[in-house]
Design a protein around this ligand. Structure first.
Ligand code: HSE
Length: 300
């Protein structure tokens, strides 16, 4: 028996929802294949799409760590399992690459052994996998990657999450300019303390965005997608960020910000046509400075 799993890319943070709000997109995503083996223990037999960057030792990559953590929890570390990892999105892209592999690793193992745990119960194992890569514990990538759709995290330590139904016609335009930003670096440049006025603004925007999503109020969504804390610091790492933002908003985006730690950027849009138009104008900004880029348009 063989199990093949796809885990999608995620946009997280969603602007004002630093470490607490993320959503999954249709593509790109990573694939993990697992099968039973007569050789005891977990063995990674193949890794593709990683330019040789990922070690095959299971305890050294996010899919392997998540899988091992789950097998340990179930007392099954001697079980013979082969794993293949097929990376289909770039590292350091701001699209939750390490989280996708971790989710795929834990989910694939759970399926192979007869689904003893629910999706939600897999969260801590996938989280352990992701944390092994970026050293931080935030569920805004793993949550939506595992559960789908939009996920709000009330508390990262407790993994207290809520899924939020997206408005019917909400689309995302995501553009990845081809540079690499290390999450660690993009987190270190954020301030440890923030002025009360900024905190108040950010809380207001996050509340507005959640209400807008729940009530399908596109106007409220648009007024609320503003990040006054991370975006002003992180935009420096992305060439022509504000030019891309102006282009997206002029083309009709509801809002525009950085996906995760960057360099990917995203826009929320009402309708597919709008999302495709916004993706095209943002791509042009990067192409005009000879920066290679890819776009992904997805219904949320
Ligand atoms: N929420 C995280 C951040 C995502 O913005 O640093 C990075 O993977």
């Amino acid at each position: 028996q063989e199990v093949r799993v796809f885990a999608p890319a995620t946009v997280a943070n969603v602007a004002c929802g630093y470490d607490v709000l993320g959503f999954a997109i249709d593509s790109p995503g990573d694939e993990v294949v697992v099968r039973h083996s007569s050789k005891p223990g977990l063995h990674i037999t193949a890794i593709t799409g990683d330019d040789g960057k990922l070690p095959k030792a299971p305890e050294k990559n996010t899919a392997g760590v998540a899988a091992l953590d789950l097998l340990k929890h179930l007392g099954m570390t001697d079980r013979g399992i082969e794993m293949e990892i097929h990376k289909k999105m770039p590292f350091g892209s701001g699209l939750g690459s390490s989280a996708a592999s971790a989710v795929a690793g834990a989910y694939a193992i759970n399926c192979l052994i007869g689904e003893p745990l629910s999706k939600k119960q897999l969260l801590p194992f996938a989280m352990a996998g992701e944390a092994s890569a970026d050293g931080a514990w935030h569920a805004d990538n793993v949550g939506p990657c595992l559960l789908g759709g939009i996920v709000f995290i009330r508390d990262n330590e407790e993994l207290d999450l809520a899924q939020i139904a997206a408005p019917d016609n909400l689309w995302a335009a995501v553009v990845h300019p081809d540079i690499e930003i290390l999450t660690k670096v993009a987190r270190e440049i954020l301030p440890k303390e923030i002025p009360l006025q900024n905190a108040t603004q950010q809380i207001g925007n996050l509340g507005g965005l959640l209400c807008g999503l729940i009530q399908s109020d596109y106007g409220l969504i648009s007024r609320s997608i503003h990040d006054v804390i991370a975006e002003p610091r992180r935009q420096k790492l992305i060439p022509e960020f504000y030019k891309a933002k102006r282009a997206a908003l002029s083309a009709g985006a509801l809002g525009f910000s950085i996906s995760g730690a960057g360099p990917s950027v995203f826009a929320l849009c009402e309708g597919e046509e709008s999302a495709r138009k916004v993706a095209a104008v943002v791509q042009k900004v990067f192409s005009d400075i000879n920066l290679e880029n890819q776009s992904y348009v997805s219904k949320i």
